[in-house]
Ligand binder design. Sequence first.
Ligand SMILES: *[C@@H]1O[C@H](CO)[C@@H](O)[C@H](O)[C@H]1NC(C)=O
Length: 565
Amino acid sequence: MTHKLSVLLLLALALHASPARCDDIVDGGPAPETTVEAAKHGVDIPKFEPYAVPDAALWEQFTDVGAPRWKRSQATKKGEKEARYDGEWAVEDIKELVGVEGDKGLVVKSQARHHAISARLEKPFDPSASGLVLQYEVKLQENLGCGGAYIKLLTAPLKGEFSDDTPYTLMFGPDKCGESKVHLIYRHLNPVTHEYTEHHLSQPPTPPIDTLSHLYTLTIHMNNTYAIAIDGSERRTGSLLDDFDPPVNPPKEIDDPKDKKPADWEDNEKIPDASAKKPADWDEDAPLMIPDEDAVKPKDWFEDEPLLVPDPKAQKPADWDDEEDGDWAAPMISNPRCADAAGCGPWERPLVRNPDFKGQWSAPLVDNPLYKGEWAPRRIHNPGYFEDHGLYKLSKIDAVGFELWTMQSGITFDNIYLGSSSNAAALIADNVWKPKHDVELAISEAMRPKSPPAPKPGFADVLRMFKDRIDEILYGISTFYSVLQSEGVVSALRQERAGAFGLLMVTMALGWLGWNASIILGFVYRLVVAAPAPPPVAAANASTDNDTASPDSGAKADRKAAKSD
Ligand SMILES: *[C@@H]1O[C@H](CO)[C@@H](O)[C@H](O)[C@H]1NC(C)=O
């Protein structure tokens, strides 16, 4: 177990410390013969044509016009020169299950790496002006075992290289590692403390995990409601006030921290009855157990027989020297007369429970006339209270970015819309996503075997499940390690998933240390403290010393034993 863990740990460190490549986005070149493939399945694949969206803060189809604004993060690890995000990105043609010929997307190219990329908006976007609509496509070209595919809207003013420290206004999109969910997290500026706090959607919907293009849409309305749709159908709607954890508005009243429990506060509901007296016949000294007066000594109990007698069969060895070895005496054996008897030696009555036993007397409990109930501190107005009814007025946005860790490459983003028009987003869904999705569905339908084999969980499925678990563990360890490096052990242990792995790692490490320490201590103990074990022959003889069933043993050891008696 500990060995497996060390292997995983080393692997995680190796992944983390692998040399960074700081080249920019690579161009993945044209798609494979998609037309050939499509003809094979008899499906018409439309050619890519750019789609125009007016009045968008961002509309990104990864054409030659839009792609250059995407910049890979050059952030370095804290206090080091090494790149923090060594995962590669490409703007390239879709290769798996192509729904539109020549359609490009932004593709995650590395496995088990941290990836970060962002694009600046032409001008900052202000959600308070007219609400917010964010929509984008995710296509898992190599499916997904463990990894993120969520988008971050980066708070203005954007400073420095994009990293996980970069303040974001909102984070939205699918994530899978173990359980899969569609995150929705917004950061809210507390008007009293002037600090940002993260608020997570408490019951996030589940994303589809397959190789089709899926459309994620988030709408923040100006009445503080939100709506999440996947593939154009509404999956979650509600209030920015009620559905998030922790809630934005703090409680109106809190316990007064200055209020202390008075010294004379009576919180004992019952007290001993002061007027009660110990009854005259209550004997506190009566013992719990007494000898059983009804017991009778068994007939075959021989009080005069000793428990041990000299062995009558023993003989003085021929080489016994009275001068040197002292007077010979036969070794003692248990008295054979006692073997079948009830017992030998003095007989004692067995003990039974004393019917007169009462124990310590204590007064019965009665209601406490001074009882005031459970003490609780005074409630006061919460000085940190505020009521924000303008939650939709989220912080201004300067850029969009993806900051992800993933075990699988091939996560592809496309058709990103940021703006305030639900109508524009719906038109994009109908004109861009829907036709592509329909073609993808038609192809995957055509590729499906005509008579599907009976579904039985194949070895591959089990293997994939196993691989997913490993991915999950690696993700946890990697995250734990990177947070540990940048923010310290407390933050690392607080991580949602990684913290558990961290705790496990710490526990395992302590266990490993403890185990090795005990082995070393045991070794030292045997070496230094314990006497060396006697050689085997001597040991066998030593055991016959107490074993009275070897009367003809004439060894010197026997004599020594007899002498000492
Ligand atoms: C909030 O506003 C949206 C858009 O105007 C509307 O569809 C929705 O019904 C409103 N919700 C509530 C609770 O008023």
